[in-house]
Design a protein around this ligand. Structure first.
Ligand SMILES: Nc1ncnc2c1ncn2[C@@H]1O[C@H](COP(=O)(O)OP(=O)(O)OP(=O)(O)O)[C@@H](O)[C@H]1O
Ligand SMILES: [Mg+2]
Length: 268
């Protein structure tokens, strides 16, 4: 049986595929289910941080030294970099735009692919969190490898658009390379996001994904919903912004699917 903390990375080298939206809403959903969750904003765009904090708060944190950039650069234990999100059972380690130079800072380090894993070690082993959810940048470099090496699961959000699947093969190759370095890593599945059911692209995306061998596609798709954008404008998860919205119930359903798969593995 694995330890009590499950680490899930939301990654896809395709930009704008719904990684930050999915990571923030599944994280909040898990906290609503009574789980203790830590969100780690691993992208210099700081979108996961902005999903919970105001622009002023994120700017203040990103200009100070209590953000993920300095923690990784100086190889610090991440415990003291946490901030409260204002929601019970949900904490956050914020990002900084300085993370755009992280690849360069990691390059000369000894054991440079394991820096994040080492910085997370005490938090993972403390058992304080049921889940650590990480929002990856849209790149597949040394930093993204750090994320997958520290993870138990990869979730790939894919946008249901004509270019949504372009580059997915590179994501799979990168995942295979990560598996060679981290034997605990598995692909939890692909979640299809930003679906417009009036368009045929959606059906085409689903058909292509269903043809993939040994790749789970989540039953829940996330449809286009302007409540997502409004919730982000208000620095809130959509379930907190408008509980009755379609995307709030879709993200809750997706959260339940994620939880079911992760808890199934824990029991083995
Ligand atoms: N279901 C949805 N309905 C409407 N808009 C959405 C939905 N999901 C995401 N968006 C919007 O699409 C944009 C991209 O989403 P998001 O930032 O989550 O993607 P990402 O993969 O994290 O992007 P990046 O690669 O830049 O990190 C955002 O502006 C977000 O508000
Ligand atoms: Mg993002």
């Amino acid at each position: 049986m694995k330890n009590g903390t499950t680490v899930i990375c939301f990654a896809n080298n395709k930009g704008g595929s719904g990684k930050s939206t999915t990571c923030s809403n599944v994280g909040y959903g898990l906290s609503l289910m009574g789980k203790k969750v830590l969100l780690l904003d691993a992208d210099m765009q700081a979108n996961l941080s902005l999903a919970f904090l105001s622009e002023e708060q994120v700017l203040e944190i990103s200009e100070g030294d209590r953000n993920l950039y300095y923690a990784i650069r100086d190889e610090k234990d991440l415990s003291s970099y946490r901030v409260a999100t204002g929601y019970e059972g949900l904490d956050l380690i914020p990002a900084s735009p300085l993370m755009s130079s992280l690849e360069y800072d990691l390059f000369p380090k000894k054991d440079r692919e394991h820096v994040l894993d080492n910085c997370l070690k005490s938090l993972k082993h403390s058992g304080e969190y049921d889940y650590i959810l990480m929002d990856a940048p849209p790149t597949l470099g040394g930093w993204a490898m750090n994320l997958l090496i520290a993870s138990d699961y990869l979730v790939i959000p894919v946008e249901a658009s004509p270019w949504g699947l372009f580059g997915l093969a590179n994501m799979f190759d990168f995942y295979q390379k990560a598996c060679e370095r981290n034997s605990h890593l598995s692909l939890m599945g692909i979640v299809v996001t930003k679906v417009d059911i009036r368009k045929n692209y959606y059906k085409q995306t689903m058909e292509t994904l269903q043809e993939l061998q040994d790749v789970h596609v989540f039953d829940t798709c996330i449809r286009m919903d302007s409540n997502i954008e409004w919730s982000q404008d208000n620095s809130k998860p959509v379930m907190a912004y408008k509980k009755s919205s379609r995307s709030a119930s879709e993200y809750m359903n997706l959260t339940e699917e994620v939880e079911k798969i992760a808890s199934g593995k824990k029991q083995h």
